[in-house]
Design a protein around this ligand. Structure first.
Ligand code: UDP
Length: 366
């Protein structure tokens, strides 16, 4: 820079959920933000179709690190970010959530001695089998500012000794993302019509390694949920590329025959599908939060969750296995109207504003 002006705020993103949940932060930063995409998600359905709906003022700076084994991705992204930070001299670095890209952003910020802001800090599944759990812990302990979405997340950070002055309770930016992206009722009708869907259906997403990477587990999930199709409830399955690759790789493609399999949907279309679904079954992190805004019922098909705030109301936790079908039927028997008046535990849609205000304070010359 050389002119004494503060550098941009680098917003490091790698995947679809980070882009969706940081969109309002990026819009609010405007010209002060520099969006850097590591390339963890790179195909059109997972990246360019997603960001096309998010209203970024400028195209992200693309590092093209791509997928591949976690260690190689992490090392490649840290090295590429190090060069990017040297060139653009950011005044701060923002990362979100628990992806490999977020960890790379945190490590590169630390190496360059740049202030680090972690959006969605303090989530814990206490399940050390999940790579994401390790990412979250490391990022939170490197961050200068931990933006915690809920009091539970604040309590986790305090319990690990993170000082109070590094913690800010902000709510979760997912709330404003849903408000921004959810199409109106007639556009939702159009999404269903375009996909040829009936009024009643179940929406399924599966992509976590604990489910997708084990052929027996994946077979069990798809078989249990497909039982509903036999009982007259179609199952709409926007298939994540990772899951499709595993299904094809393990010779399990015939499991798709009973499902209405569609490509990953752009965020607005996906939210329309979620909003109109009779029930959602998913192992997604973000979908657990979105159902609390949409007031929908979700069966979380996982061994553990870092989002306990929605359990017992919007969501129930059921590991893959023979109990899944029964759990889905039990959830279908509940009265969906009971959720309508429940507030979201993730706040009122002001998290992005609070996050950006705190970044501005953090980078202000003292
Ligand atoms: N999503 C989407 N299209 C789809 C499936 C999901 O836009 O076909 C959105 C969803 O609304 C949520 C985010 O992607 O905002 C969740 O991403 P994912 O489940 O891949 O990751 P996780 O949240 O588990 O990290």
């Amino acid at each position: 820079m050389g002119d004494g002006a503060p550098g941009p705020v680098a917003v490091v993103l790698g995947t679809r959920p980070e882009a969706i949940k940081l969109a309002e932060v990026v819009r609010r930063l405007g010209a002060a933000g520099l969006v850097v995409h590591t390339g963890q998600h790179y195909d059109a359905t997972m990246w360019s179709d997603v960001t096309a709906q998010l209203g970024f003022a400028a195209a992200p700076l693309s590092l093209g690190v791509g997928g591949g084994p976690r260690g190689r991705q992490l090392g490649g992204a840290v090295a590429a970010l190090d060069a990017t930070f040297a060139e653009h001299r950011p005044s701060a670095v923002v990362v979100q959530g628990d992806t490999t890209a977020a960890l790379a952003g945190a490590l590169a910020a630390n190496a360059a001695e740049l202030p680090l802001v972690h959006v969605e800090a303090g989530l814990r599944s206490f399940d050390r089998r999940m790579p994401e759990e390790h990412h979250r812990v490391v990022i939170d302990h490197l961050a200068d500012l931990c933006c915690a979405p809920t009091p539970t997340a604040v309590a986790h950070l305090r319990a690990e000794g993170v000082a109070d002055e590094r913690i800010l309770l902000t709510g979760n930016t997912v709330v404003e993302s849903v408000h921004h992206l959810l199409p109106d009722e007639s556009a939702q009708d159009a999404v269903l019509a375009r996909l040829g869907l009936p009024a009643q259906y179940l929406l399924l997403t599966v992509h976590r390694p604990e489910n997708a990477d084990h052929p027996d587990v994946l077979r069990q999930i798809l078989t249990e949920v497909a039982g509903l199709v036999t009982e007259g409830l179609p199952v709409v399955f926007p298939a994540h590329p990772r899951t499709l690759a595993r299904l094809h790789g393990h010779g399990l493609s015939d499991l798709l025959d009973r499902l209405t399999t569609i490509p990953p949907q752009p965020p607005a279309e996906f939210l329309a599908l979620a909003n109109r679904a009779r029930l959602i079954v998913s192992d997604s992190g973000g979908v657990q939060e979105e159902v609390s805004v949409l007031k929908k019922r979700l069966v979380v098909v996982r061994r553990s969750t870092e989002r306990p705030e929605v359990l017992g109301t919007f969501a129930s936790l059921v590991p893959a296995g023979v109990r899944l079908g029964a759990a889905v039927r039990a959830a279908l028997a509940e009265d969906p109207a009971a959720l309508r008046s429940l507030p979201s535990p993730y706040g009122d849609g002001s998290a992005s504003r609070v996050v950006v205000e705190s970044i501005v304070k953090l980078v202000a010359p003292s």
